[in-house]
Write a protein of this length. Structure first.
Length: 343
């Protein structure tokens, strides 16, 4: 396997918020205050994710308040993800849907009471309330709607686990797609300090779908070695690619990176199509999406959440290159081929 085959194509330069360390320290205090960590091991694991660093990469030019909001949301998402992986909801759509309903109700109806024992609802209500002081009602509503899409996706994934099955490759692509990240896009827009909603452009919608895929596929590839060692559920791009193509683990990794890099190539193409006629607000949003992609990739290579020095194939062993991959035909996958050919 060559260095080029293990390289992530990402021509976007890195940027970094100067208050990352302060955001990380405040997030660890927020984590304790809302009791998202119930023991020292959980607290250490969530702190080691360093979501303050992730937020600093994703929103390098925002206010301290927005930086903190993004950092805290990252820790909430990781805590909730861990709960879904190892808690009572792991293989029970009924348990997860009940949890999700209470959390969603808490953020959709901010004046309603929240049980003092419902730590996930209390913590996300806090984020929603702070968002309301920073952004327009439209942004807040988009965030609430994004969380609903996120919960539906998580319940769907848990349904596969409950049945002891894995999704088809097409189903996998949708459960790791736009709806997983729908909650983040309005926050990126809100962090730009504008009350103008994104333009209604089909190319922008396609770009958001591609962005979400890049975020999730990078996670799948860079977390695969650790998840495999911990008996993951197999719902991962590399595992799904291996099942689809009947290839070896090494070849499935190469094929996964190739698909990911073609998506990155499409990201740059769609962004460049939109830029010439973009308003200042849209131009800033396109830059925010680019920061989201490059920041997530670089954070994965630095965070201890997915990197275990005792194991091989650590995240840091993958290169990042600005060398554009050669053009290939769009993948023969109906769930995503429309990103390349929308008509």
């Amino acid at each position: 396997m060559t260095v080029e085959e293990l390289a992530f194509y990402c021509p976007i330069p890195a940027a970094y918020h100067p208050l990352a360390s302060q955001a990380q320290a405040a997030t660890e205090e927020w984590l304790r205050r809302f009791r998202l960590s119930t023991d020292d091991d959980t607290r250490s694991r969530l702190a080691a994710a360093r979501t303050g660093i992730l937020a600093a990469y994703i929103v390098p030019d925002c206010s301290p308040q927005w930086l903190q909001l993004m950092s805290d949301l990252g820790t909430w998402l990781f805590a909730f993800d861990d709960e879904c992986d190892v808690g009572p909801a792991k293989c029970s759509p009924a348990v997860l849907s009940h949890m999700a309903w209470h959390i969603q109700y808490a953020i959709a109806h901010p004046l309603s009471p929240v049980s003092p024992t419902d730590r996930y609802a209390l913590a996300l209500r806090d984020i929603r309330d702070r968002l309301g002081t920073l952004a327009s009602p439209d942004i807040v509503q988009r965030f609430v709607d994004g969380m609903r899409a996120f919960f539906l996706t998580e319940i769907t994934k848990t349904g596969f686990a409950a049945r002891g099955t894995t999704p088809t490759f097409e189903d996998y692509l949708t459960t790791r797609g736009f709806d997983c990240n729908a909650l983040v896009f309005p926050l990126l827009w809100g962090a730009l300090h504008t009350h103008t909603r994104p333009v209604d452009d089909a190319r922008l919608l396609r770009l958001q779908h591609v962005t979400a895929a890049l975020i999730n596929w990078d996670n799948d590839i860079l977390s695969h070695a650790k998840e495999e060692a911990e008996s993951g559920n197999g719902s991962n791009l590399i595992d799904m690619m291996r099942s689809r193509t009947h290839s070896s683990p090494r070849q499935a990794l190469v094929e996964s990176l190739a698909l990911r890099n073609q998506a990155m190539r499409l990201f740059c193409s769609l962004r460049d199509e939109l830029l010439p006629d973009a308003t200042p607000e849209l131009g800033s949003y396109l830059a925010a999406l680019a920061h989201y992609v490059q920041g997530n990739l670089r954070w994965h290579r630095e965070s201890n959440r997915y990197h275990d020095p005792a194991r091989s194939a650590a995240s840091s062993s993958y290169a990042i290159t600005s060398l554009e991959p050669p053009h290939v035909d769009p993948p023969d996958l109906p769930s995503i081929s429309w990103w390349w050919n929308p008509t």
